[in-house]
Write a protein that binds this ligand. Structure first.
Ligand SMILES: Nc1nc2c(ncn2[C@@H]2O[C@H](COP(=O)(O)OP(=O)(O)OP(=O)(O)O)[C@@H](O)[C@H]2O)c(=O)[nH]1
Ligand SMILES: [Mg+2]
Length: 293
């Protein structure tokens, strides 16, 4: 009795901006994945480990599924699809503005993997309480989901019961990671992402989508010294990221430094540079050099 240990990998997938990364961060009570109000924020698979006495869930946040011919976007969608097909369960996330019709656009993506799918309607805090069940019903007819429910990843509504259901759907298995480990992402990667998050929130139009961040030096100490390069695609974008009198770059650096200090628990000296790497989002070899591989 009580000897069975369940474990497995659960991918969180869906269209851009539905709240996948916010969900991951809430469940793990940690900022592992960057979140912004703009779509296509997440570009990689972000792993977060949830532990209890008798189970371990490895959550995998993924980039939003969308159509685009550009190399960077293809990389993102391929990453999401590969993560989905490797998982035991896929949480398919939707939001209140979705309809059966809009959600069915995901069917071709869902058909590519043969695991259990669970529908999660996120952001229920922005819809009338008495309409939640109806919406969950409507959306759950789009695909043969094993389970469907509504949650708010921002406020935490419905999260505990959902995690219980997910646990119950997982097979018997080992503890894949030590129980004091929360992610496999190195601090260097998380720092790079925090810098990118600030670019995403502080700049507009095409700029967030033209930016990649590369950590050139990361020297732990007091303070930890970090030198990072913000790559843009064109010289006109460089001026915008630097801002008038360097104001924009300074603000990006200040906000990122505060977050990285919280992450590392040490003082941080962050030096940022902006470099034009022409059309990097369109060139597969450049993507690899910038860490998208
Ligand atoms: N009101 C409300 N907003 C939410 C909720 N969950 C996420 N959001 C907001 O939705 C926006 C997108 O959240 P993300 O977590 O970045 O979405 P995502 O699905 O990871 O987006 P991509 O990485 O771009 O695919 C952010 O502004 C979040 O604050 C929720 O439960 N309620
Ligand atoms: Mg995301």
């Amino acid at each position: 009795m009580g000897e069975t240990f369940t474990s497995g990998f659960i991918a969180i997938a869906g269209k851009p901006n539905v709240g996948k990364s916010t969900f991951l961060n809430y469940v793990l009570d940690a900022k592992l994945s960057i979140t912004t109000s703009k779509p296509q924020t997440t570009r990689d698979r972000i792993l977060g480990i949830w532990n209890s006495e008798d189970s371990q869930i490895v959550f995998l946040d993924t980039p939003g599924l969308h159509e685009s011919g550009k190399a960077l976007n293809r990389y993102m969608v391929d990453k999401a699809l590969a993560t989905m097909s490797d998982a035991d369960i896929v949480v398919v996330m939707a939001e209140p503005h979705d309809t059966a019709e809009s959600l069915s656009e995901l069917r071709p993506y869902l058909d590519k993997s043969f695991n259990d799918k669970v529908l999660v309607l996120n952001k229920i805090d922005i819809m009338p309480h008495d309409k939640v069940d109806e919406k969950v019903q409507e959306l759950s007819r789009v695909y043969p989901f094993q389970y469907a429910c509504g949650v708010s990843s921002l406020l935490g509504n419905g999260m505990e019961p959902l995690v219980d259901v997910l646990r119950s759907l997982l097979p018997e298995g080992p503890r894949y990671f030590p129980d004091d480990m929360i992610t496999d992402m190195p601090v260097r990667f998380l720092s790079k992402e925090l810098i990118r998050e600030k670019v995403f929130t502080l700049t507009h139009k095409e700029i967030p989508y033209a930016v990649a961040v590369e950590i050139e030096e990361f020297r732990e100490g007091d303070p930890t010294y970090i030198r990072a390069v913000i790559h843009v695609e064109r010289s006109s974008q460089k001026g915008i990221v630097i801002g008038s009198g360097g104001a924009m770059l300074k603000e990006i650096g200040k906000q990122a430094r505060i977050d990285i200090e919280e992450l590392t628990g040490s003082r941080v000296f962050l030096e940022l540079f902006v470099k034009v790497t022409k059309d990097w989002t369109k060139k597969p070899n450049m993507l690899r050099e910038l860490g998208y591989k």
